[in-house]
Design a protein around this ligand. Sequence first.
Ligand SMILES: *[C@@H]1O[C@H](CO)[C@@H](O)[C@H](O)[C@H]1NC(C)=O
Ligand SMILES: *[C@@H]1O[C@H](CO)[C@@H](O)[C@H](O)[C@H]1NC(C)=O
Ligand SMILES: *[C@@H]1O[C@H](CO)[C@@H](O)[C@H](O)[C@H]1NC(C)=O
Ligand SMILES: *[C@@H]1O[C@H](CO)[C@@H](O)[C@H](O)[C@H]1NC(C)=O
Length: 442
Amino acid sequence: MAGPNWSSVLFLICSFLSVLSAGTATANFTDEEYWKQREEISRARNLVAYEPDPEVATDHFNRAVHEALDNNSTRRVLRQWRGHVWATKCTATNPIDRCWRCRKNWIRERKRLVKCVKGFARGTTGGAAGRYYVVTDPSDNDLVKPKLGTLRHAVVQDKPLWIIFARDMVITLREELIVNSHKTIDGRGARVHIAYGAQITIQNVHNIIIHNVKIHNITNSWGGMVRDSLSHFGLRTASDGDGISILGSSKIWIDHVSMWNCKDGLIDVIQGSTAITISNSHFTKHDHVMLFGASNSYEDDKIMQITVAFNHFGKGLVQRMPRCRFGFFHVVNNDYTHWEMYAIGGNMNPTIISQGNRYIAPPNMFAKEVTKREYTLQSEWQDWVWKSEGDLMRNGAFFIQSGGKSEMAYSRKGFIKAKPGTYVKRLTRFSGALSCKRNQMC
Ligand SMILES: *[C@@H]1O[C@H](CO)[C@@H](O)[C@H](O)[C@H]1NC(C)=O
Ligand SMILES: *[C@@H]1O[C@H](CO)[C@@H](O)[C@H](O)[C@H]1NC(C)=O
Ligand SMILES: *[C@@H]1O[C@H](CO)[C@@H](O)[C@H](O)[C@H]1NC(C)=O
Ligand SMILES: *[C@@H]1O[C@H](CO)[C@@H](O)[C@H](O)[C@H]1NC(C)=O
């Protein structure tokens, strides 16, 4: 039998080393400077996106839910002739879905989605100002010069793009997918899985929508040279294997996404990110679900403002739905049907407004509490504003509220009540990635 051809092995090793040294040359101090600069620009943008009076956003949100549910006008849809069948009643019950899902022409009105965002991410337009980009190729072989037609080629472009998919596909990322500003990833019309590879990274950018894709079995990656924009690529260190990692970014909307079984968290939001809505999504089979703020010493996370709404926290989840530090979190009209340890937790004085959720506790007698204060004495956490209003408690679930002297600072005037937890099943019925067909309502 012939042994390995040593001269070609040697050649391979040599070319590998030369690639490496070329890599380090570009990945020297300038690379760090590049990210430092992006971080500074983003910090300024994030401050602009920050809502000084967060109750404006929570009220706006709750009012929209009331209007969508109390308005009987959809009854008119009930008897609409669709060309070949009588339309069934449009069953979109929450105000985000109601804004687009009842329209069978969604394929020609994809960008209408940007009128529908609610909560802290409202105003996010993603790639609406740009052209459509059709992903035709699920491969991910060149991380520095991505091939035309791949998702990576689409997301690194500098101009706004509305990214759609030509057909069903499974995209396995070889390294982090580093998304540039002003992008929409819109999986409607195809079954798109981002799976079995590296994570999606949203770092020091703004204005991004991720819609109707399935993200699962994400693993950690070793790191390497990766492009992040048309003008730059650089050496990335190993990534953790979150589903989606949001760092120092603002105006991010994640809607109708299904996520399960990733190596680290499903969604991490860190480093002063703000103006984020996570809605209509379905989460299953995971331990650490969502982390909002990763460090006790990162006080810039005080500007973090996130809406978590109309999601279904389902089978096989353990904890952190979410786990919060410092910021303001509106957790509203979600369905919590499974958790093993707790649902909502945190430390470092986060404000958590839990409204109109349904919490179904697990059978375990020691896991009935929805809330968990991490590593803090009661004398301290009693002043954190953690409020439960209109939540539906089932199977012995209970939410320990707090507020104490901070409650004075937390104005309650004219605060609009959320739709109560009894509506949650209706509001979250279509969570997760939808199967949308041409000329039919999604
Ligand atoms: C760093 O990069 C610059 C430009 O890319 C190059 O001129 C310089 O020699 C590099 N420095 C080191 C120490 O690699
Ligand atoms: C009810 O629906 C109609 C038609 O869609 C709309 O014009 C009207 O503003 C809605 N009313 C409320 C209170 O949302
Ligand atoms: C909606 O319809 C229900 C039952 O048909 C009725 O009781 C209710 O008053 C209606 N609400 C509005 C705002 O019209
Ligand atoms: C993906 O995750 C599921 C658990 O949710 C697991 O059963 C399956 O084996 C995983 N697939 C791969 C290829 O790792």
